[in-house]
Design a protein around this ligand. Structure first.
Ligand code: ADP
Ligand code: MG
Length: 264
C-alpha cells in the first residue's frame, strides 16, 4: 500500500510531507492500520522528521460513519484536554490529518492494556503476593472511563459511554511527560449509556482474555470491582448485572460453551 498517494496534495505541500515508510501492520479486525514513519522537507516540521504516526483506514460496513464518530471525539477530547489542567489525564492521540476514508494520528509509544495484563500474569506479578502495583494501570483505565462519562455531556450533549472496552483500546504510555498515563484509542462505538455498562464490560474482558478465568484474573477483577464499588460508589448489583450480561453476550459471540462462563 502506498499511503502517500492517498493523501491530499495540498495537505502534503502545506506540511512539506515527502515520504512515508510503513513500519508495521497493526492488529485490527475491521480496519487497515499501519504504523508509519513520516519525512518532511521543511524545517517547520523539522523536529517531527522521521517520527512515527498511525495510519487508519476505515474499511467495511459504515466506514464513513465510524470515521466521523471517531474524529468528532478525538477533536472534542483534544480540545477539552488543552482547555484546562483538570482534564490532563483524559489523553487521546492527537489527530495529524484526515482524508476521505482515513486518518493519521501521532503514534503513542507503550504497551496496550492487554499486553500489560498478559505480561503481568505470565510474570506472576504482584497480585498473588498482596502487592497491588500491577493494579495501577487498571485503576488509571477505570479513572479514564469514569472521567469520560462525567464529561461526555459537555462533549456530545448527552451522557455517553465508550461501548468498545477491548483492552487493546488502551495504551500505557512509556515515553515523555505522560509516561505511565493511559491513552484511549478507538472512538467508533461511543454513544448514550450508563457507566455500569462500560465498567461491567471491562471486568468481563479482564476475565475472558485467553486463558479465561484463571486465578490471577479472578483476583484482578476482585480488585477492580472493589475499587469501582468502594471508592467510586458505583452500585454493586447494577455492576454485577452488567458483568453477567456481557459474559452471556461474549459466550454467544465467541460460540463458547455457556458452561465455562456460568461456572464463574
Ligand atoms: N495512535 C496510536 N498509537 C499507537 N498505537 C495505536 C494508535 N492507534 C492505533 N494503535 C494500535 O492499533 C490497534 C488498532 O487501533 P484501533 O483504533 O483500536 O482500531 P480498530 O477500531 O480497528 O480496533 C490498537 O489496538 C493499537 O495497538
Ligand atoms: Mg480497537
Amino acid at each position: 500500500m502506498d499511503i502517500i498517494n492517498l493523501l491530499d496534495e495540498e495537505f502534503l505541500e502545506k506540511k512539506g510531507l515527502i515520504k512515508i515508510e510503513i513500519q508495521e501492520k497493526l492488529y485490527s479486525k475491521k480496519n487497515n492500520l499501519f504504523k508509519i514513519r513520516c519525512f518532511f522537507k521543511t524545517d517547520k516540521y523539522g523536529p517531527l522528521n522521521g517520527s512515527l504516526f498511525v495510519f487508519k483506514q476505515y474499511s467495511g460496513i459504515a466506514g464513513a460513519e465510524r470515521k466521523k464518530k471517531e474524529t468528532f471525539m478525538l477533536n472534542a477530547l483534544g480540545r477539552l484536554q488543552q482547555s484546562n489542567k483538570k482534564y490532563q489525564n483524559l489523553l487521546v492521540p492527537e489527530l495529524f490529518c484526515e482524508g476521505k476514508d482515513h486518518i493519521i494520528t501521532y503514534f503513542i509509544s507503550g504497551e496496550t492494556l492487554l499486553d500489560y495484563a498478559e505480561r503481568s500474569e505470565n510474570e506472576k506479578s504482584s497480585l498473588a503476593n498482596g502487592n497491588i502495583s500491577s493494579f495501577l494501570p487498571f485503576k488509571n483505565c477505570i479513572d479514564w472511563i469514569i472521567k469520560f462519562h462525567a464529561e461526555s455531556k459537555k462533549l456530545a450533549g448527552k451522557s455517553c459511554i465508550l461501548n468498545d472496552i477491548n483492552l487493546r483500546n488502551f495504551i500505557i504510555c512509556s515515553r515523555g511527560w505522560n509516561a505511565g498515563k493511559i491513552y484511549r484509542l478507538d472512538f467508533e462505538d461511543w454513544g448514550k449509556g450508563c457507566i455500569e455498562k462500560d465498567l461491567g464490560k471491562l471486568i468481563a474482558f479482564i476475565l475472558t482474555y485467553d486463558p479465561m478465568f484463571t486465578e490471577w484474573k479472578i483476583k484482578l477483577s476482585g480488585y477492580v470491582k472493589k475499587y469501582i464499588v468502594e471508592e467510586l460508589k458505583v452500585n454493586s448489583s447494577d455492576l454485577e448485572t452488567e458483568i453477567e450480561m456481557e459474559l452471556e453476550e461474549m459466550a454467544s459471540r465467541r460460540k463458547i460453551s455457556q458452561k465455562q462462563y456460568s461456572d464463574y
